[in-house]
Design a protein around this ligand. Structure first.
Ligand code: ADP
Length: 469
């Protein structure tokens, strides 16, 4: 199972472990080197002490330290002095032999080796050469002035056992220390991780209180650490969006039910009245015609609702291709022709034949169809509707201009809302359901454009602007 707490604990232990291990290793190596260098110092002193007491006396090479008290203290635990023929001039060996290496280095050089086995004990050995000369006073074994008698090899050794023992002790002390530090750090990071995760639990509890019916609840960032404020801000913003979406959805469902109730009630009452008594053929026909008209309005509304739902779900993204605007406008005006004729409204357009736009022609027909339809329906008798298109610094602009009743300024921002009608009685009369402009805006926005409305006493203008790259 993935656990943040476990990750925090393991992470801090890993960091601590690396630090302790590196620290322990440095201490261990430094201590080992220090012990060895002290030992090497003693061995080098031993070599020097022996060298100053090797003499050529009465035709023999001898080592005579007996008289000298100080040299006894400087002599190492094991040493030997070897003549050039391999004969041992003097030696001291406590118990086992260090396993002396053979060969002698050039004078003045100290050669350091380690010998022996783990079982019998390991030794640190230093080997050096000494030229013995013939000195009349015989006090000094080595003198550049006399005749060379022989080159002897001096070897001094000390067991490495005590150094290893001391290092082993140090290692076990460090291990105990590391274990204690690990236990303390483990416990500490367990508590700290618990503390660090407490706000997450609190956010969780607060969010658990937010339900569909209490979507207006918000998290108060006050009691939380400042690092968590952006997260709480984002959560609150997400709740805001969710709340708005829920409200919109609820409002939409209520509006749809309301809109459908009126025509359904109309159909029902027509049928009820019809069934009250025997009806003539003409009466029956009139009733059917009324119901047919209501059913057609309902059908158009349901189709518009379905289109809106598909666009909301992002399932109706525009399939753009270069389209002639003059041809498109021509088609839309032709479709509105009959209705315009009925109301004696003149339709005209002012679109350059060469003007083309990268748009979904079917969707744009719906947009312009709605705008022209409105311009005809909300016009005065004998009025006019003009569709124009031009390029402007803002982009491609398509305008639908009418000579109608206009829209009050306070209503202008609302006409694109779903089911909004400036004058419901007039809309009912003209068969509008308040969805045309919201569909138009959705389609235009899906094309990356925007739609604006302006109005005055001489009529309204709806402008679509497609920004051009
Ligand atoms: P409807 O189907 O009711 O026409 P729309 O969404 O197309 O719905 O329009 C919303 C409302 O805006 C209409 O009910 C009408 O009151 C107003 N409206 C739209 N176009 C015009 C216009 N050209 N002139 C005056 N009022 C308009």
């Amino acid at each position: 199972m993935r656990s943040l707490r476990l990750k925090l604990i393991l992470g801090s232990l890993l960091v601590l472990g690396t630090v302790i291990l590196s620290f322990g290793l440095v201490v261990y190596l430094a201590k080992g080197r220090a012990l060895l260098s002290v030992m090497d110092g003693r061995l080098a002193t031993g070599v020097q002490a022996i060298a100053s007491h090797v003499e050529f006396d009465k035709g023999l090479l001898v080592f005579e330290p007996a008289e000298d008290y100080d040299i006894r203290r400087e002599l190492p635990q094991a040493y030997r002095i070897v003549a050039p023929d391999g004969g041992v001039i003097a030696q001291k060996m406590p118990g086992s032999s260090p396993g002396w290496p053979t060969g002698s280095p050039e004078e003045g050089r100290l050669v350091w080796t380690e010998s022996g086995t783990k079982k019998d004990g390991r030794w640190r050995v230093v080997t050096s050469s000494l030229s013995v000369t013939d000195e009349p006073d015989g006090a000094e074994g080595e003198s550049p002035g006399g005749d060379l008698i022989a080159v002897v090899t001096i070897q001094c050794a000390e067991p490495l056992g005590p150094v290893s023992r001391e290092l082993r002790e140090l290692a076990s002390q460090l291990a105990v220390l590391a274990l204690a530090a690990f236990l303390v750090a483990g416990g500490g990071s367990f508590l700290l991780a618990g503390r660090a995760l407490r706000p997450v639990r609190r956010i969780n509890e607060a969010l658990a209180n937010v339900s569909e019916t209490r979507l207006d609840e918000r998290l108060d960032p006050g009691p939380f650490d400042k690092e968590l404020h952006p997260l709480i801000g984002q959560l609150n913003a997400a709740l805001d969006r969710l709340n708005k979406a829920f409200r919109r959805e609820r409002q939409f469902t209520a509006d749809v039910s309301h809109e459908l109730r009126t025509p359904v009630a109309g159909i029902l009452s027509t049928i009820e009245v019809l069934l009250r008594k025997e009806r003539s053929e003409i009466e029956l026909r009139e009733a059917h015609e009324d119901n047919l008209e209501i059913a057609r309005t309902m059908e158009s509304m349901i189709e518009r609702l379905l289109l809106l739902a598909r666009m909301d779900a992002g399932k109706a993204s525009p399939a753009r291709k270069p389209t002639s605007l003059a041809a498109l406008v021509g088609e839309v005006l032709a479709a509105a022709g009959l209705e315009a004729q009925k109301r004696n409204i003149r339709l005209s357009h002012d679109v350059d034949a060469a003007l083309r736009a990268d748009i979904d022609s079917e969707q744009m027909k719906i947009v312009l169809g709605n705008l022209v339809d409105n311009a005809v329906r909300y016009n005065r008798p004998d009025g006019s509707v003009t569709v124009g298109a031009r390029r402007s610094p803002e982009g491609l602009v398509v305008e639908v201009r009418d000579s109608g009743m206009g829209i009050p300024a306070d209503q202008l921002p609302l006409v694109f809302d779903r089911f909004h009608r400036v004058d419901p009685s007039r809309s009912e009369e003209t068969g509008g359901c308040g969805l045309g402009l919201s569909i138009a805006r959705k389609i235009v926005e899906a094309h990356g454009g925007r739609i604006l409305a302006s109005s005055g006493p001489s009529g309204s203008v709806f402008s679509i602007i497609f920004p051009e790259a």
